[in-house]
Structures are given as C-alpha cells and as structure tokens.
Write a protein that binds this ligand. Structure first.
Ligand code: MN
Length: 393
C-alpha cells in the first residue's frame, strides 16, 4: 500500500503575478498527476489546501477539477483544515463543501469530533488498513487545550496509524513553536505535519516519526531564497508497518538570485551591474538583493527599468529587494517589495491593533489596491462586519 503526504498547497493567488499564481496551481497538479501515475491508495493533506478561507472562483474550480481527477482514479484525499482554510468569521472551513460533495474527507468534520468539558474526543477513519485522524490548525495561536484534552479512538488493528496536524512544534525550534512536541498524541507511526513551509523529516517521536513536507510552491521571497526544494512524501506500508519513505521533489522554476553591495556606488553603477547580470531565459524567477549604503539617492535607482528589462528577456517574475539598502538621506524607511502584506500587518500590530482589526485593514487595502470603487469597498467592509458580528454571537 502507498500513500502521499502533502501540505500547504495554498491554491489561490499568493503573488500579485499571474505566472506565479499559475505555478502555485501547477504544483498541486503535479502532485495529483504523480498520485495517479504511481497508483497510490490515498493522499493525506496536512492543511492549507487553499490560500484563503474564501477562495476565488478560479481557485475553487481548479481544486474541483483536480480532486475529481483523484476521485476518478479511486484515490481518496484525507485532510484537516489548515490555518488558511477557514474564512474570516466562519466556523466551518471551505473544505466542508468539498467533503459534502465527496471530493475529499475532512477529518475535522463534526462527525469526527465529540467535544465536551472533560475531553476532545476524536474519531478517524480506517482506510486500506491505515487508521487516519487529525487536528486542524488555528488562525491565531493554537489552543493547546485541545491537545491536553485529546482522546483518540485508535483502531488498534490497523497496519499503520497516521496523525495529521497543522502546527509548528518545539522540535523545529522553540522560537517557531505553536505547540510543545510532547503535546502530540502517542501511539502513531506517522505524524503528517503541515504549516511549516520548509521541509523537515525524520523527527523521532514516541514510536513514530514526524514529517513536514513543506509547501508545494514558494509562498514568498524568503522561501524562494532559503528553501531550494519543494516536494512531498511517498510512503509505502504493509502489515509490518512503514516500509519506506521517499521525498519527491516537485518541478519549480529556475531562479537567478543576486546579492550586490551598493556601498560607495552610484545609482547608475548599480543599475548597470544588475543589467549586466541578467541573461536571456525561459521564465526564470529573478531575485536581486541590494544591500549597503549607496551614493546619491535610492530613488535614482531605476527599479521599474530593471523589471522591464528582465521581463523582456524572459524572466517571469522579478523581485528587487532594497530592504537593506540605505542612502545619504538615510532616514528613509526601508521597504521591501514582496510581502507588503506582512509589512502592513506588522506596522498595525506595533500600533496595538488586534488580529481582527488587522484583517479588516487588509481587506480594505486589498480592495483599494485592486482599484475597487467606493461602493465596492463599502460592501466589502459590511460583509466583514456581518461575519464579525455573527462570530461574536
Ligand atoms: Mn501554510
């Protein structure tokens, strides 16, 4: 028997770049095609199927088509909602819709949970001699409480026991943790983890192992620079347990990553050097990091011109990062092109806005950026307040 473990597919737009949005979809398509080709028995997905809890129609249609491909091939997909799979103000996840249509199994559907004061009783499924269950991720900090009260009805006759979760654990580093590793339930052979976008395997725990496949595509510039491989696990098991685990690498775009020091150099000089490094290509990703203190003004750098030149010779996406560049004025606040959303969120957090207020701000900023008119923006805001009120009640 064989299964695939993936996570963090983030279907839906991540980049404000159509090619990259297609790449995100293509990574999931690659996994589905491998599953069909390898003839796997099932897939476990560790959450964040979608990038947002209210995905675009394009994302919904794409997911429907891919899940139908699996269904036709007789491959079930078991999943728990990730932190991104629950819409703002929603109690249920968008995954519930797909569960009800028989396109996946949401292991945190109400039928799998009995929640009371004393315990969080969790049921799973036994499928192809594997027992599978899991706990969904949270939008904010995890309620460790669920893990403390967790009681699982494990099928002891199953050949292997799989626990799916969507949290970072202390084994990845104390600074990243949602959860102490020790809070995870015992007696499982395979812990299918998600939420951590880097890949990390072979973390020993109790009698099993914890594995993070990472995201199937780069979700921001840092991931492009830091984590060269994207992939998933293929696991084979029989009545003696797990036989082997293989990490399969997904095809991603080639990258050109240049870091250059601007110290003591003029804008023209820097522009020329960047342009001289660019080469004709077929859709590469370009990341240029400019650091140090330049002569003259940052505004003299021709960022738009560099982008145009890159685009003209084939680059599909370019990020010119000047977060660590200063000039003689020096007082200018460092900006980073990618991940503006995070900068905005951090800024608001510093001013003590809470998570919900930041979410509202994000909706409004996105609406304005997308050129929405006043009427549209007002409607967006009203929708949000309505959901917010429902959640409060
Ligand atoms: Mn994620």
């Amino acid at each position: 028997m064989k299964f695939i473990h993936i996570g963090d597919t983030h279907i839906g737009a991540v980049y404000k770049n159509e090619t990259r949005n297609e790449d995100v979809k293509d990574s999931f398509r690659q996994v589905v095609d491998s599953a069909v080709r390898e003839g796997v028995d099932f897939i476990v997905h560790a959450g964040d199927l979608f990038n947002e809890g209210n995905p675009s129609l394009d994302a919904l249609l794409f997911a429907t088509d891919q899940l139908n491909k699996l269904k036709t091939a007789g491959i079930k997909m078991f999943i728990v909602p990730g932190s991104h799979d629950v819409g703002i103000g929603e109690k249920d996840s968008i995954l519930e819709l797909f569960d009800r249509n028989g396109l996946l199994v949401n292991l945190n559907s109400k039928r799998y949970i009995k929640n009371s004061e004393e315990s969080f009783k969790l049921y799973g499924e036994t499928y192809k001699n594997a027992f599978i269950c899991g706990v969904q991720g949270k939008r904010s900090r995890v309620e460790n409480d669920i893990f403390k009260r967790l009681s699982i009805d494990i099928d002891s006759d199953a050949w292997i026991k799989i626990f799916i979760f969507h949290h970072t654990i202390s084994a990845l580093g104390e600074q990243f943790k949602d959860l102490d590793t020790e809070s995870l339930p015992k007696d499982f052979d395979y812990y299918a983890a998600g939420h951590w976008h880097g890949h990390k395997d072979g973390i020993k725990y109790d009698r099993g192992i914890i594995q993070y496949p990472g995201s199937t595509e780069y979700c921001d510039e840092k991931e492009i620079v830091d984590n060269p491989n994207r992939g998933f696990y293929l696991i084979e098991y029989d009545n003696n347990g797990i036989r082997y685990i293989e990490y399969k690498i997904l095809k991603t775009r080639q990258k050109d990553i240049f870091e250059l020091s601007a110290s003591g150099r003029s804008a023209d000089d820097i522009n020329d050097e960047i342009l001289s490094k660019l080469t004709q290509n077929d859709g590469k990703i370009l990341v240029v990091k400019i650091t140090g203190k330049m002569l003259g003004k940052r505004s003299e750098l021709n960022i738009a011109g560099i982008r145009r030149a890159a685009n003209a010779i084939g680059y599909s996406y370019s990020s010119i990062n000047t977060a660590k560049l200063t000039d003689n004025d020096d007082v200018s606040i460092a900006t980073q092109e990618v991940d503006l959303t995070r900068i905005e969120a951090d800024f608001l957090k510093q001013r003590n806005y809470n998570a919900e207020q930041i979410q509202l701000a994000k909706i409004l900023i996105d609406a304005m950026e997308n050129g929405m008119d006043a009427h549209g923006i007002k409607k967006k805001a009203e929708e949000w307040f309505e959901k917010y009120d429902n959640k409060r009640n």
